[in-house]
Design a protein around this ligand. Structure first.
Ligand SMILES: Cc1cc2nc3c(=O)[nH]c(=O)nc-3n(C[C@H](O)[C@H](O)[C@H](O)COP(=O)(O)OP(=O)(O)OC[C@H]3O[C@@H](n4cnc5c(N)ncnc54)[C@H](O)[C@@H]3O)c2cc1C
Ligand code: SF4
Length: 324
C-alpha cells in the first residue's frame, strides 16, 4: 500500500486565510484531493509540506444562473452535482459524467478538474518504479525520457472538462495575494508539462463562468481504454452555431490529451465557417485536426493509434451536431 508522506493539514475558514497559507513554500491546495492525494502518495511532489484544504470555506459550491443567462459555477461544485444539474449545458454534464468513477465524481470538484496535473507514463508511477531510471525533467533531472532530444516536458493535459469549457468560451475567476481577476479559460493553460497553468501558486479558482450557449450545438467525444473508468487519452470538444440554412456561423474545435494543454484547432474551425454543414466539411475539418496534433508516447495506447483516432473522433463529434 502506498502511504502519504508526513504533511501538515490546514483547513482555513476564509479565502484570505487560504491565500496567506498558500504563499508559504511547500503549501499545496486541495479541493476533493482525488488527483492530489494519489500524486502525493507516489511522491511526485517532494517539496510538499502543508496541504491547504478549501473544504471549510463557505459559499464555494453551487450553480447560479445570472441575469444575462450565463452560469456561475462555484469551484468546489462536485462533478456528480454538475452532471445532475439541469441548468448546466448537456455537453458539460456528459463530460463530467465521463470522469473516473461515481465515488471519485462524488469527491472531485470542477476547480480540481480544471487544474488536474499533467500526466506521463514515466512520472505517474510509484517512486520505486521511477527510481529504476534517472529522474526525468519534471522529476528534477535533465532529460525528458519521452523526447530526449528536447529540453521540454510533454506530460499530457488529462482533464475532461477543460477542452469542453474552453470550447464553450468559459472564464475562470481567481483570487490571490494580488487580488481578484478573471481570465478566459483558454488563457489559463500553457503547453508546458511542468507548468501547465498560468496562475500564480497562491491563486485559487473561486468560480467558472459559462456564457449563454442555448443557440449553439455542442459535443464531447472521449477516447480511453476502459469505458467505466479511465483518464482521456484523446478528448474532442466541438461547439458551433448555425443559421437557418444550416450554414455554420461560428465554431470551436478543441483537442484534449494530445498536448500539455487543451489545443484549439483554428485550421479545422475555419474550414466549417460559412459553408453548409455536412459530410464534406466534416471530413476536411477532421483531416485538418489530424495534421495539427502530435500526440507522444507517454500515455495509454500508442501515439500512432491516438493520432489515427483524431479524425475519427472529430468526425464523430461533428457528426453529433448534424440536425435530424
Ligand atoms: C482512478 C482515477 C481516475 C480518474 N479519471 C479521470 C478522468 O477520467 N477524467 C478527468 O478529468 N480526471 C480524472 N481523474 C482526476 C481527478 O479525479 C479529477 O480530475 C477531479 O475532478 C479532480 O478534482 P479534485 O477536486 O479532487 O482535485 P484535487 O485533487 O483536490 O486537486 C487537483 C489539482 O488542482 C488544484 N486545485 C484544486 N482546486 C483548485 C482551485 N479551486 N483553485 C486552484 N487550484 C485548485 C490542486 O492544488 C491540485 O493541484 C481521475 C483520478 C483517479 C484517481
Ligand atoms: S514528458 Fe518527459 S519530462 Fe515530462 S514527465 Fe514525461 S518523461 Fe518526464
Amino acid at each position: 500500500m502506498l502511504r502519504l508522506p508526513p504533511l501538515r493539514h490546514e483547513a482555513p475558514g476564509t479565502l484570505d486565510e487560504a491565500v496567506a497559507l498558500l504563499a508559504v513554500d511547500g503549501a499545496m491546495l486541495s479541493a476533493g484531493g482525488t488527483d492530489l492525494v494519489p500524486n502525493l502518495k507516489r511522491r511526485q511532489y517532494p517539496d510538499a509540506a502543508t496541504i491547504v484544504s478549501l473544504r471549510r470555506i463557505p459559499g464555494m459550491a453551487g450553480v447560479r444562473v445570472e441575469s444575462d443567462g450565463s452560469l456561475h459555477i462555484g469551484s468546489l461544485t462536485k462533478l456528480s452535482s454538475l452532471a445532475e444539474h439541469e441548468s448546466i449545458p448537456l455537453v458539460v454534464r456528459e463530460a463530467a459524467l465521463s470522469v473516473a468513477s461515481p465515488q471519485i465524481r462524488n469527491q472531485g470538484t470542477i476547480g480540481g478538474n480544471l487544474c488536474v496535473d499533467t500526466r506521463c507514463n514515466w512520472l505517474n508511477v510509484p517512486q520505486t518504479w521511477r527510481e529504476a531510471a534517472e529522474p526525468c525533467l519534471k522529476a528534477g533531472g535533465e532529460t525528458c525520457w519521452v523526447a530526449p532530444a528536447k529540453k521540454d516536458c510533454w506530460a499530457v493535459s488529462s482533464s475532461d472538462l477543460a477542452p469542453v469549457l474552453v470550447a464553450l468560451g468559459a472564464e475562470v475567476q481567481l483570487v490571490g495575494s494580488g487580488g481578484r481577476r478573471s481570465m478566459p479559460l483558454e488563457d489559463f493553460y500553457r503547453n508546458d508539462g511542468m507548468a501547465h497553468l498560468t496562475k500564480g501558486a497562491d491563486e485559487i479558482i473561486t468560480g467558472v463562468v459559462v456564457p449563454p450557449s442555448s443557440d449553439m450545438r455542442a459535443s464531447y467525444r472521449k477516447l480511453r481504454r476502459r469505458g467505466s473508468i479511465d483518464f482521456p487519452i484523446l478528448g474532442v470538444a466541438v461547439v458551433a452555431s448555425f443559421d437557418d440554412d444550416q450554414v455554420c456561423t461560428a465554431s470551436r474545435i478543441v483537442l484534449g490529451s494530445v498536448a500539455s494543454s487543451p489545443l484549439r484547432v483554428p485550421e479545422a474551425e475555419e474550414v466549417l465557417v460559412g459553408r453548409p454543414f455536412g459530410s464534406e466539411v466534416i471530413a476536411e475539418a477532421s483531416e485538418a485536426a489530424r495534421k495539427f496534433a502530435r500526440p507522444l508516447n507517454n500515455t495509454d495506447l500508442t501515439s500512432r493509434y491516438r493520432k489515427r483516432m483524431i479524425p475519427v473522433y472529430v468526425t464523430r463529434a461533428l457528426g453529433d451536431l448534424v440536425e435530424g
